[in-house]
Ligand binder design. Structure first.
Ligand code: TMP
Length: 211
């Protein structure tokens, strides 16, 4: 049986990363093997690309940014995602293709058509079994970001950029309600965890029923 492929998404400051550990522990407790990773990054090459993308201090053309995101992604698929899924290990990725749709296609205004072309180049070409979209009102996400550490290149973008990214994420969730589950993060952590657990249980049940 292939492992589950799960991603977490959301605008910067929405608080998604803290939930990766919970998802991983939950699946491990159910007896699954799990690896966690992140995008951009997750491989030696990918982490170098991440550094170029986020911390290089220079202007990056939006298409260059798009290509670098996908270069990192292809390497991650080839080195980590596909080999693990194939041997039955679950992969939890902190961001995947939905991030490029939200940030590059809509945030940067590259458009869906060009995105779809580049998505079609990926080998193998697939999407997640389940994606959690962590959602938070923009002003709260901004307050969190401003309080945290030094901002990287993308975190320094304007609020209208993030509004476009957030709208795009919400549109993806609306179009694919079976795959993408929206989790509002301005609620108690415990409540968020109960929701995450119930969606994970549904995924496990669906897979078991199909096998
Ligand atoms: P992170 O801070 O959540 O690790 O993500 C790194 C940044 O990269 C974040 O600002 C979102 C951005 N990003 C894109 O713009 N496109 C992508 O495809 C991915 C994976 C991330």
């Amino acid at each position: 049986m292939r492992g589950f492929f799960i991603s977490v998404e959301g605008i910067d400051g929405a608080g998604k990363s803290t939930h990766v550990d919970f998802i991983s522990r939950y699946l491990k407790d159910k007896g699954y093997e799990v690896v966690t990773t992140r995008e951009p990054g997750g491989t030696v090459l990918g982490e170098k690309i991440r550094d170029l993308l986020l911390h290089n201090g220079q202007e990056i053309h939006r298409i260059t940014e798009l290509l670098l995101m996908f270069a990192s992604r292809q390497q991650l698929i080839a080195e980590l995602i596909e080999p693990n899924l194939a041997k039955g290990v679950c992969v939890i990725a902190d961001r995947f293709i939905d991030a490029s749709i939200a940030y590059q296609a809509y945030g940067r205004g590259i458009g869906r058509e060009k995105l779809d072309k580049i998505i079609s180049l990926l080998e193998p070409n697939y999407t997640t079994d389940l994606t959690f979209l962590f959602d938070l009102p923009l002003d709260l996400a901004f307050t969190r970001l401003n309080k945290s550490r030094q901002k990287d290149r993308i975190e320094q973008e304007t609020s209208s950029f993030f509004a476009n990214v957030q709208n795009a994420y919400q549109m993806i969730a609306k179009n694919e309600p079976d795959r993408v589950k929206v989790i509002t993060t301005n609620q108690l952590k415990e409540k968020t965890r109960i929701l995450l657990a119930s969606y994970l249980d549904q995924l496990i049940k669906k897979r078991t029923a199909n096998d």
